[in-house]
Design a protein around this ligand. Structure first.
Ligand SMILES: Nc1nc2c(ncn2[C@@H]2O[C@H](COP(=O)(O)O[C@H]3[C@@H](O)[C@H](n4cnc5c(=O)[nH]c(N)nc54)O[C@@H]3COP(=O)(O)O)[C@@H](O)[C@H]2O)c(=O)[nH]1
Length: 695
């Protein structure tokens, strides 16, 4: 279809010339219309269909630039060429500044140039129109999509953001414009939270498209962290030269949440929400790997609810399900957060005690569980009683991997069932015996104090030169009504582990002080009584206050009391030990280091403590005259050290005349051991004290 040109001119000659030249144009004629005034021109433009305008700016109803402005306002998207005299082109030039496409000089309306010029400007306008539409389409599309788009120039400064990018980053297009991309897109690693290289920077440097590492997190302007997924690509100009980069990214919070939900579902039991077998296996493998590094003994507890089937069958599955949920809750409350309670299926649960150091800890956990499940469950208004049988396997003794440990804990659980249910059994026979023995002792210890089953025996310490008794060591004995005399080796450690050593230790100190007073009242000259103090007692916050109270109430002379502490007890917290010892020392209480030589104390630290006595451990005394220490080098070294530090040295465990002679010859002050006397009861000790020598 021919292009339609509107001529607006009062000059009929100009109009005729132009009509002729346009009507006979070589590439096809134009449809030409003409009007005389601006008002007529504006009216025609409004009707539409005009492709180009040739306008004289000297019209009867308006002239010059004002005339052009009005015309341009009416025909914003129609190209205009103005007509002017050759010697009066100023307005025509200014009109170009205001939007005209050019001008034609009167008298030079060339038959070839005029149509050619009109065709050019009409074509250019059409191209611009198409470009405008394309840009508008792109803009609308970019602002309608959910993906965020951001582009930069070659310096990495932002020059465009779509609506989604504004929403995710929190930056408006206006504020972001010209800012460095790393400022607008602060991207960190989702796991380490460390800054990652912005993909746009990579693209600008490499001229290559790239994707972001997985786990990328965008930190928005208000610090909100949004997991994102993105890709970035270079923008090239016509010559293929890189001029910037564009990055497309999207908020994947929902996908991440969904994925984590699916992962959780795949690894957890639907009913109880506990970890399932898959997750348990994974945790066991992790615990084993860490146990190899840390020398730990993770343990597995395999639980089967006793008579659960009966409850399920008689009261229905809904009640059974609720019972399983309630049991799960109690189990979780019985263990540490670092342990894993899992449901193995049905009424079976497996618990991983991840960083157990001693198999005994597994027994304690099992007891706690038995106790927790012994309280009835209240479900749908009914009281339900259940119990559990527990099998225990311990790494590495009972298995080197998850499968073996689970299998053996399961086997042990069957033994527990055979033992009458509601109990636990270790897979290993030895451990079972030890656990049972330990439990038995702990249970009996708990009532031993109230039942007055403890006694003190005394062993004399003897001056090696004079053979006179210099003092006694109080040694605890337990007279069990059925087992007879129980030695401390069998129960002291258990008492420490369950905390009973605190009341027992207080009883020992009180009894020793009362005995010293009883002997004094019997007319025996004051004798030094040594009492063993364990780590837990020494560290107890009230240890000093209690000891002071005992000294005051019994009325014993503090200089007659000696506290025996091992090196390891002293070294555990040097500063606290020094302070505490200084307090005792200020009262006149004597301090002895027991089992000297078996610990790892630093001599410079030891020097900080107000020590009166060093007790050479029996193992060194025993080694005299044996292949281990044929010349008694260790013993004589300790004796020499004690002398230099002005401390008395007592040799423990002296059993024969050879040891006695050696110690005496090397200047050891005192000795203690079966060579002089075994520990004896208070009456027998009193008889010796009466004579001053061992009988
Ligand atoms: N915290 C407390 N610990 C206590 C208390 N009473 C004792 N103990 C500690 O228990 C360990 C074992 O004590 P016991 O069975 O009484 O053995 C002592 C002596 O009977 C034994 N001994 C003494 N002479 C000889 C000897 O010639 N040969 C030989 N084989 N054994 C001998 O040595 C034990 C004394 O050891 P020590 O305390 O190191 O002087 C023991 O570690 C006690 O400390 C208590 O009330 N509280």
């Amino acid at each position: 279809m021919a292009n339609r040109v509107l001529i607006i001119s009062p000059d009929t000659e100009d109009t005729r010339t132009l009509r002729r030249s346009l009507g006979h144009a070589r590439d096809g004629p134009f449809d030409v219309e003409s009007v005389f005034t601006l008002a007529q021109g504006v009216e025609r433009i409004r009707q539409g269909g005009i492709d180009a305008i040739l306008a004289d700016l000297t019209l009867p109803d308006n002239q010059g630039l004002a005339c052009f402005d009005q015309l341009h306002a009416a025909a914003r998207h129609v190209p205009i060429l103005t007509l002017c005299d050759l010697d009066d082109e100023a307005d025509a030039k200014e009109a170009v500044q205001r939007g005209a496409q050019g001008w034609l000089s009167r008298g030079y309306f060339d038959n070839y140039l005029v149509p050619q010029s009109l065709r050019n400007i009409i074509e250019r306008t059409k191209v611009e129109q198409r470009l405008y539409v394309a840009m508008a389409r792109a803009e609308i599309t970019l602002n309608s999509i959910g993906d965020a788009v951001i582009s930069t120039d070659m310096t990495g400064c932002v020059d465009y953001l779509n609506a989604a990018a504004e929403l995710i980053t929190g930056w408006s297009r206006k504020k972001a414009h010209g800012r460095p991309i790393a400022e607008v897109l602060d991207i960190v690693d989702g796991v380490t939270r460390r800054q990652v290289v912005n993909p746009v920077e990579y693209v600008l440097q490499s001229d290559r498209a790239t994707g972001l590492t997985s786990d990328a997190v965008l930190v928005g302007v208000h610090g909100k962290c949004i997991p994102i997924e993105d890709s970035a690509a270079p923008i090239h100009d016509w010559d293929g030269k890189i001029v910037g980069a564009v990055m497309v990214f999207r908020d994947i919070s929902n996908a991440v949440a969904l994925m984590s939900k699916m992962r959780h579902q795949a690894q957890h039991d639907f009913l109880t929400k506990l970890p399932n077998r898959i997750l348990l296996n994974d945790r066991i493998s992790q615990a084993i790997a860490s146990a190899r590094r840390n020398n730990a003994n993770p343990a597995l507890l395999f639980l089967d609810l006793d008579k659960f089937k009966h409850i399920n069958d008689s009261l229905g599955h809904a009640v059974g399900d609720q019972l399983l949920q309630a049991v799960s809750e109690r189990l979780v409350n019985c263990v540490r957060a670092s342990d894993t309670v899992s449901r193995h299926g049905g009424d079976e649960f497996v618990i991983l005690l991840a960083d157990e150091r001693q198999p005994h800890d597994a027994a304690l956990a099992a007891e706690k569980i038995l106790l927790a499940l012994s309280t009835p469950f209240l479900i749908e208004g009914q009281q339900l009683h259940t119990s559990t049988s527990i099998g225990i396997s311990v790494f590495p003794l009972d298995g080197m991997d998850a499968a073996a440990l689970i299998k053996n804990a399961d086997t042990a659980m069957y033994h527990a069932k055979e033992h009458g249910r509601n109990n636990y059994q270790f897979f290993s026979h030895d451990m079972n015996t030890r656990a049972v023995e330990r439990q038995l002792i702990e249970n009996n210890l708990r009532r031993a104090l109230e039942s007055h089953e403890f006694r003190l025996h005394y062993q004399p310490k003897v001056d090696l030169k004079t053979n006179r008794i210099t003092g006694v060591e109080a040694l605890l004995r337990w007279e069990h009504p059925e087992w007879g005399l129980v030695l401390p080796e069998r129960f002291i450690m258990i008492a420490e582990e369950c905390g009973l050593i605190i009341p027992i230790g207080r009883w020992v100190l009180n009894e020793a002080c009362e005995q010293a007073v009883r002997w004094r009242n019997e007319g025996i000259s004051p004798v030094s009584i040594a009492v063993n103090v364990s780590a837990l007692e020494f560290r107890h916050r009230d240890f000093f206050e209690h000891a002071l109270a005992i000294l005051q109430t019994t009325g014993v002379d503090p200089t007659c009391l000696q506290l025996e502490l091992t090196e390891s007890v002293l070294m555990r917290d040097v500063a606290t030990s020094a302070t505490l010892l200084a307090q005792f020392k200020a009262m006149g209480v004597q301090i002895a280091v027991d089992d000297f030589g078996t610990g790892y104390s630093s001599l410079s630290y030891l020097n900080q403590f107000p020590i009166d006595v060093l007790k050479i451990d029996q193992s060194f005394v025993r080694a005299i005259d044996t292949a281990q220490d044929s010349d008694g080098g260790i013993v004589s070294a300790v004796i020499g050290m004690g002398k230099n530090l002005n401390q008395r040295v007592i040799a423990e465990g002296v059993e024969d005349a050879g040891q006695f002679a050696f110690l005496d010859a090397h200047g050891c002050n005192e000795g203690q051991g079966y060579f002089f006397s075994k520990p004896v009861n208070a009456g027998q000790m009193q008889a010796m004290l009466n004579t001053g020598a061992c009988i």
